[in-house]
Design a protein around this ligand. Structure first.
Ligand SMILES: Cc1cc2nc3c(=O)[nH]c(=O)nc-3n(C[C@H](O)[C@H](O)[C@H](O)COP(=O)(O)OP(=O)(O)OC[C@H]3O[C@@H](n4cnc5c(N)ncnc54)[C@H](O)[C@@H]3O)c2cc1C
Length: 418
């Protein structure tokens, strides 16, 4: 579809379905916007928002905008990343419910993984339901002993006829409290080298033996969870990819994660956007201050450059290619730049940041500042991104490590070294 026609149809849909944001509502000081990354709502409010998000995703779907880049056979519109970006740009002009709880992990990472590695039956069962807003998915990868060293997962999956029995603990699982399904990486053969003994599964988060416990963050809310799996039965037809091939499946998720995070799909992007920062400068009488203006310009230039880089990575991913170093570079730059933006906000707000004076838009930034460090960790920490760039792009020597053919069980016996 020609881009102009596509944008016109998006605008026609949005005109009928949502209110345009009034400039005053977007502007600094309206009091209706929160400056935050985590939603940190009390459970009832969070549940209401999730419902509103699901309902909006359904409306997008019905209008043909629910899965713009998805293949037509699974209900997608079969268009390109550029169409998705164009739609996002137009939609940002309207006041629509936040769909982050569905879109960042489920639609941004797990959906593309199911599309690449799921059987036709699994794709039929989940993809349209996810992009219609009916099924929320979470990512059950990290464990207490396996974060950066993700291939060290120890959650066991043991075959039992046509099913598998899962036991173990996952941690830092975003949105698990709202999720219907989770994608879990499990150790299926500890006698294989660690990258080769992993298998990926999709599991029902409401199945017996799944326990989701919230984790409180320093920003106040509890968006993360620990997820305990005790003898959880998963049918073999819910396996993603071959037995022992889970690492490859995980790489698809991780590449999409970097592209999603580095692409500004995190709520912090909205909060640390130009209108907000300009608003803060103005409200504090610093908009004519050359140093503040320069800092703001640097922030925005990096923000825009990261966006271009990320789009390139997303286009490559979409055409089935490796996203190349762009995904890692943009994830790294994006997180660093938002940290810079948050520090600028802190410098401008000054002591008002830590004392609630009642002046809207000053103390409100505290919550954001406390959540920005998360961006440097999620989706691969800053150090891990730099390792990837050093080794795979610059060709520098690899980190010293053990023989990659060592069976996982032996590694654990020797003390878990990577
Ligand atoms: C907001 C947020 C959301 C998240 N959501 C999810 C989710 O939904 N699902 C999920 O599975 N996980 C999630 N995570 C977890 C995230 O993937 C891990 O926190 C991350 O991979 C780091 O692992 P870790 O916390 O175990 O830290 P560790 O791996 O223990 O790292 C600790 C420190 O050591 C450094 N380090 C580790 N190894 C090396 C190395 N080889 N070289 C140099 N430095 C190194 C790290 O950079 C870090 O500074 C989330 C995290 C955050 C912050």
């Amino acid at each position: 579809m020609m881009m102009d026609d596509f944008v016109a149809s998006a605008r026609a849909f949005l005109d009928g379905a949502a209110e345009r944001r009034h400039d005053s509502a977007r502007a600094w000081g309206s009091g209706s916007d929160r400056v935050t990354y985590f939603s940190d709502d009390v459970p009832d409010v969070a549940a209401e928002k999730v419902q509103a998000g699901r309902a909006w995703q359904r409306r997008r779907w019905e209008a043909g905008f629910g899965w713009i880049t998805g293949p037509a056979e699974y209900g997608g519109a079969g268009l390109t990343t550029l169409h998705q970006l164009a739609y996002d740009t137009v939609e940002a002009e309207y006041d629509v419910p936040d769909t982050g709880v569905l879109s960042v992990i489920g639609l941004g990472m797990i959906g593309p993984t199911i599309l690449t590695h799921g059987t036709p039956a699994i794709r039929d069962r989940y993809l349209a339901a996810m992009y219609r807003g009916e099924v929320i998915a979470c990512q059950l990868f990290s464990e207490p002993g396996a974060g950066s060293d993700l291939a060290g997962v120890e959650t066991r999956a043991v075959r039992d006829g046509d099913s598998w029995r899962l036991d173990g603990q996952k941690v830092w699982t975003s949105v698990a409290q709202h999720a219907d399904i989770g994608m879990a990486l499990c150790r299926t053969d500890p006698d294989q080298p660690k990258h080769r003994g992993i298998t990926a599964f999709l599991l029902d988060l409401r199945a017996p033996g799944v326990e989701v416990r919230p984790l409180r963050q320093m920003s106040g809310g509890a968006e993360f969870n620990e997820v305990f799996l005790t003898d959880v039965v998963v049918s073999d037809d819910h396996r993603l990819g071959d037995v022992g091939n889970g690492w490859r499946v995980a790489l698809t998720t991780l590449m999409n994660e970097r592209a999603t995070v580095g692409g500004g799909q995190s709520p912090v992007a909205g909060a640390l956007s130009l209108p907000y920062l300009v608003g803060l400068l103005k409200s504090q009488g610093r908009d004519q201050d050359p140093a503040a203006r320069r800092a703001l310009a640097e922030f925005y230039a990096t923000y825009a450059a990261t966006g271009y880089l990320n789009r390139q990575a997303r286009r490559r991913l979409e055409s089935g290619e490796h996203p190349g170093p762009e995904a890692s570079v943009s994830k790294l730059m994006y997180a660093r730049n938002l940290t810079r933006g948050a520090h600028l906000a802190a410098e401008i707000a000054g002591p008002k940041l830590v004392a609630d004076t009642g002046e809207w838009g000053t103390f409100a930034w505290t919550e954001l500042l406390l959540s920005v460090p998360a961006l440097r960790i999620l989706g691969g920490t800053e150090e891990i991104m730099m390792n990837i760039l050093a080794e795979r792009v610059l060709g520098l020597p690899k980190e010293p490590g053990v023989d990659p053919n060592t069976p996982f069980r032996e590694l654990k016996r020797a003390g878990g070294a990577a």
